[in-house]
Design a protein around this ligand. Structure first.
Ligand SMILES: *[C@@H]1O[C@H](CO)[C@@H](O)[C@H](O)[C@H]1NC(C)=O
Ligand SMILES: *[C@@H]1O[C@H](CO)[C@@H](O)[C@H](O)[C@H]1NC(C)=O
Ligand SMILES: *[C@@H]1O[C@H](CO)[C@@H](O)[C@H](O)[C@H]1NC(C)=O
Ligand SMILES: *[C@@H]1O[C@H](CO)[C@@H](O)[C@H](O)[C@H]1NC(C)=O
Ligand SMILES: *[C@@H]1O[C@H](CO)[C@@H](O)[C@H](O)[C@H]1NC(C)=O
Ligand SMILES: *[C@@H]1O[C@H](CO)[C@@H](O)[C@H](O)[C@H]1NC(C)=O
Length: 212
């Protein structure tokens, strides 16, 4: 997924001139997203059309008339606002697509605007494990393992409220504590659409306590 995103981003950057510019937007499963044209269209539009998957028409609307849907699936889960914004509710992974709005002015001139929408699973509560626990002289050496059940996430550890620069990409935090006590460690896990955090407390003397 990360590679797909990177490739997409790259193609957006490198084809920005040849194609229309594409805006990237993220949503989470079961969430709501507003796809906005990004330009004021009210004054000049005669007709607007929304598409998905490049070419498949969702709806069209002529000025002063009601919305005409071409697609039953989207009819049930979108709402078109006067300013052209398309709201999509009850998002699913499959709603990830390249959306396009075409604004037609009174001269029949068409202005296309592209939006790449990517839907992600919300990040669940991370699991924290205390491993390689070793009592040292007055202190403690330990590896805190942070994990979630979904891919394509980044891990960030916090000691009290300071970011730990020594955490690993895989969510491991290797610690050699000496005489400290009463420290809160947080692991924050994020993907492109959401984050979630779990905490664990160090009481001193190699004693760890999860958040209950
Ligand atoms: C989305 O909503 C459906 C129905 O309410 C539920 O079964 C499902 O677990 C939800 N999924 C997520 C990722 O929240
Ligand atoms: C859009 O196309 C993709 C792949 O071509 C497909 O998986 C997806 O179901 C399509 N979306 C809708 C809403 O039909
Ligand atoms: C429209 O959405 C509602 C709520 O998710 C669902 O119960 C209903 O079956 C849908 N109707 C159609 C035609 O898809
Ligand atoms: C478009 O209209 C919707 C609903 O009134 C509003 O929430 C949104 O902020 C508007 N967008 C712009 C760009 O004005
Ligand atoms: C964390 O510990 C639980 C039980 O204490 C174990 O079932 C699980 O596999 C461990 N997870 C990791 C990532 O080590
Ligand atoms: C760490 O988690 C606690 C709740 O468990 C929260 O109150 C605190 O703001 C978090 N700190 C950071 C830096 O995320």
């Amino acid at each position: 997924m990360a590679t797909v995103l990177a490739v997409l981003l790259l193609s957006v950057l490198s084809c920005g001139k040849a194609e229309e510019k594409t805006k990237l937007m993220n949503g989470i499963v079961n969430g709501t997203v507003d796809l906005e044209p990004g330009i004021p269209i009210l004054e000049r539009y005669q007709q607007i059309k929304w598409f998905y998957n490049h070419t498949q028409q969702i709806l069209k609307k002529q000025k002063g008339k009601s919305v005409h849907y071409n697609n039953e699936y989207f009819k049930n889960k979108t709402k078109l606002f006067e300013n052209g914004t398309l709201r999509i509710v009850r998002l699913r992974k499959e709603d990830s697509s390249k959306y396009k709005i075409i604004v037609e002015d009174e001269k029949g001139l068409e202005i296309p605007i592209m939006i790449q929408l990517n839907i992600y699973a919300p990040v669940p509560k991370p699991r924290l494990n205390v491993t390689s626990l070793k009592k040292t002289k007055g202190g403690c050496s330990v590896t805190l393992k942070c994990s979630v059940s979904i891919p394509d996430v980044t891990y960030t550890w916090y000691k009290d409220d300071k970011k730990c620069s020594y955490s690993e990409l895989n969510g491991d935090l290797v610690l050699s504590l000496t005489s400290e006590s009463n420290i809160m460690y947080n692991c924050t896990v994020c993907n492109s659409a959401s984050c979630n955090t779990e905490s664990i407390y160090y009481r001193g003397d190699c004693q760890w306590q999860g958040s209950v």
